[in-house]
Design a binder for this molecule. Structure first.
Ligand SMILES: [Mn+2]
Length: 441
């Protein structure tokens, strides 16, 4: 970690402590390492709030923030101790001595001292900021620390009487990306754009969905990504109508489309691109008609993205275009406004148009403000825009019969800027012409 980065985390922790206020202490515990099978663990992923507040990706780390304490003792990080034997078997550890400087925290301890130190740290606050309900074992442990401190009440020690969810603060902070986060998101976007282009160039009839998935993952990993932001979706033909299809086992057939929804993580920041293209490189005229509608919905929704607009407006712009398109395809019949208010589109477009993007692919941040109003877009927010049309065979709509088996989604990542927006993924082929050229068709 560079000195500039460490300073960034210091600033975030300062802001966090300011929002928590006096009389508070905050505790963030890493998720446990999980067994995949027998002696093999799942690939570890630190929780995003700890990454956001410290940059520490190590398992078992615990971050404690104590705004009440004197300068130089307010941020405390517990990490795994140095252990030659464990390190030879399972990998190097930073250890508390080096962790203090590396992460720029005030104090670092071995995680083995957690149960001993935590009650002391808690016993100076009225409010404990702690995310509960995710890991029963962590909840149990935290309650035990609280019990220990409560015993000191008779000695006149102030002990926490409230547990407050810290994510109400971190979610709000994480909603507005700073320059470092944006640099990392641009890097993730550029790697992901190249990966999608490579998949378009490689696809041909007879290949399997997993071959394209493998190509994407190769593109991600050879650039040093921290992983994929989510399970890659590579759906040929009707598989594209299953929104979260991740089996990726089927052959890709001549004349069909393939939908790829995949994204890498760079420094734990996600990219999330969807493109749909013809397996043989050329759209049929019917595929072209549907694709053009989805593309217009994408452009119309992105055009709404600017400071002051509501996220709901982005969705409405997409719905209007998609519904108009379904009328022009003769799948729906009737008055546009009436079809919109009766949600006639829902059979063919059943998901929302946008989600926040950042450390999590469905990133932290409320879709409504504290008053329950739709969120107003502001500079620094990053959201996806991903309209689609899906003609699956789970329902029997006569007018949609000609399109059965077609699933099309196109997704870009949009940064709200003071002037309007910046499309972070614009260089991924998106018009019919660009897509056919990229497919070599
Ligand atoms: Mn998405």
């Amino acid at each position: 970690m560079t000195i500039e980065q460490a300073a960034l985390y210091v600033r975030r922790r300062e802001r966090m402590m300011e929002s928590m206020g006096q009389g508070s202490v905050g505790v963030w515990m890493s998720p446990p390492v999980r067994v995949r099978n027998h002696d093999v663990d799942y690939l570890y992923r630190q929780t995003s709030d700890i990454l956001y507040l410290s940059g520490c990706a190590e398992p078992e780390a615990v971050l404690v923030l104590c705004p009440e304490r004197p300068e130089g003792e307010r941020s405390v990080l517990f990490v795994r101790p140095r252990d030659v034997d464990r390190e030879i078997w399972f990998g190097r550890r930073l250890g508390p001595e080096r962790a203090r400087e590396h992460y720029g925290v005030d104090v670092a301890y071995s995680v083995e001292e957690l149960d001993k130190k935590l009650p002391d740290l808690l016993g100076e606050a009225e409010r404990l900021f702690l995310r509960t309900g995710l890991e029963p074992e962590q909840d149990r442990r935290a309650l035990e620390w609280l019990e220990q401190v409560k015993r000191k009440r008779r000695l006149g020690v102030v002990t926490p009487s409230q547990i407050v969810d810290p994510s109400r603060i971190t979610d709000e902070m994480r909603l507005y990306k700073d320059d470092v986060e944006l640099a990392w998101m641009r890097k993730a976007a550029s790697i992901n754009m190249a990966a999608h282009k490579a998949a378009m160039a490689a696809a041909k009839p007879g290949m399997h969905e997993y071959e394209l998935a493998a190509l994407l993952h190769y593109s991600f990993e050879r650039q040093g990504c921290t992983g994929t932001a989510y399970q890659s979706i590579v759906g040929g033909g009707e598989n594209a109508t299953i929104l979260h299809y991740t089996e990726n086992q089927d052959p890709l057939r001549d004349g069909e489309l393939v939908l790829i929804d995949a994204g890498c993580e760079w420094n734990y920041y996600a990219s999330d691109i969807t493109r749909t293209f013809p397996v043989n490189g050329r759209f049929t005229s019917m595929q072209r008609d549907v694709y053009q509608i989805v593309l217009e919905a994408l452009d119309a929704a992105i055009a709404v993205c600017k400071p002051g607009a509501l996220m709901q407006d982005v969705h409405q712009a997409a719905l209007r275009c998609l519904t108009q398109g379904l009328i022009s395809l003769k799948v729906l019949e009737g008055d546009l406004e009436k079809l919109l208010s009766s949600r006639a589109y829902e059979t063919f477009y059943m998901h929302r148009t946008s989600h926040w993007l950042g450390l999590d692919v469905h990133d932290a941040g409320g879709y409504y403000d504290a008053q329950g109003n739709h969120r107003v877009l502001q500079p620094g927010m990053v959201l996806t825009v991903e309209p689609g049309l899906y003609f699956h065979s789970y329902h029997d709509v006569q007018s949609a019969e000609p399109f059965r088996g077609i699933g099309i989604r196109i997704e870009d990542n949009i940064l709200i800027t003071p002037e309007g927006h910046e499309n972070l993924t614009l260089q991924t082929p998106r018009t019919i012409e660009q897509v056919e050229v990229a497919c070599g068709g």
